[in-house]
Ligand binder design. Sequence first.
Ligand code: BG6
Length: 490
Amino acid sequence: MANFVPVDEFDLVIFGGTGDLAQRKLLPAMYHRVADGQITGDSRIIAASRGDISRDEYLHSVEQSLRSNLPDGEFRDDHWANLRERIHYARCDALAPDQWTALVELLGGHDDRVRVAYLATAPALFGPIAQGLRDNGLVTASSRIVLEKPLGHDYASASEINNQVGACFAENQIYRIDHYLGKETVQNLLALRFANSLFEPLWRRGSIDHVQITVAEDLGVEGRVEYYDKIGALRDMVQNHLMQLVCLVAMEAPSSLHHDSVRDEKIKVLRALRPITGDKLRSNTVRAQYKAGAINGATVPGYIDELGGIESTTETFVALKLEIDNWRWSNVPFYVRTGKRLPAKHSEIVIDFQDVPHSIFPEQRFEVQSNRLTIRLQPDEGVKLSVMAKEPGPGSFNLRPVALDLSFEEAFGIRYPDAYERLLMEVLRGNPALFMRRDEVEAAWHWIDTIIAGWEETKHKVETYVAGSWGPAGASSMLDRDGRVWQPEV
Ligand code: BG6
């Protein structure tokens, strides 16, 4: 059973409190923490936004969105009553110096408690909000600031935001979100690697043939098309989520779970990534955009149709072959891919071990296959190890691949909390281990910028793929050239 330790009294100010992230993720996350009794005392959630609305109007909108966003049967009047009385609304225009009064008044007299400013706004506002908090005397010793992604759109813009926020908050007060780090199975990677002695001797070149990471979504860009068209899959998913997964798979064992121990190891991986330039752009990168197709029997429009027919070369799918220049991973490629409008929401990490050096078995229906460790991130979180076994029966000696399959939900029998529940509690507790340090974000951008510049310079082809397929032909050819195939065969 999960053990919920209550957090100290706090004020959580959500800038962008009327926005999509607040309504869809942050407030439902706080609802669950309230329901589990983790939020106690007079802790408050203060939504700050430009809208001229009353507290009652805001509460009404939160109730509506909780009722529609929580899974069936989870909305309960008693939990809502508890959450409701904690929620306040402050009209605040970050860019207007005279528009901070309501917030200053609400926070007045509470300087001694944990104060978190959660910036669920456009990144262009991160600097001005940090400055507004400082200029209005709202930054206390126990203040923290949370920056949602995207943290800029390249190295230069990320570094500028970091400078602006860094002028008002110390680095240990800044929490840069990558919500993948809050996912239970992503944290389980640490448990799998470092709480089991079985894997470590094999977790390297010589035993592992290659690693694959797939983060597939069946959804398209839908309502976010305007934002997404300026960003694309490489910036939206690879720079943060996929690179963090690569780091957690590839990093050396940290000396402890202390936030800087873990982050020191992750940054070494980012620095060891070989830049993809020149001819490697053609062989090691694939970008593509979805055309109309069908998912689960329903027809879906193409990306350009969603854009309103405007021409665009923004990629909705990326596949990359990464090479890590260090002893552990020399000649062990990491293939990563992510895309929208793929057949299903399905994310997993596959560790493909080397083939047996020599097969003693006669040729047969199932050839001896390499062992494969699959870490399923979503849905149905779990771990699967494929091994070869003898088919039961007298007479012949036939082999067949079988899986040792562990579903975490079945094993632990509890609801898997959303990543934001965990991340919000970590901020309130003051533990930045699951957040990105400045150098990590900037190193990731630095590596991604090289690819973007290369794509622009060489006018890198944007392939197309049919919505509902596993991506463009180029992604399969990339592995085919290396004599490998993508997993999963979902
Ligand atoms: C976000 C991206 O960071 O992650 C979205 O901006 C994407 O485009 C989302 O859909 C995927 O997150 P999850 O948790 O649903 O896998």
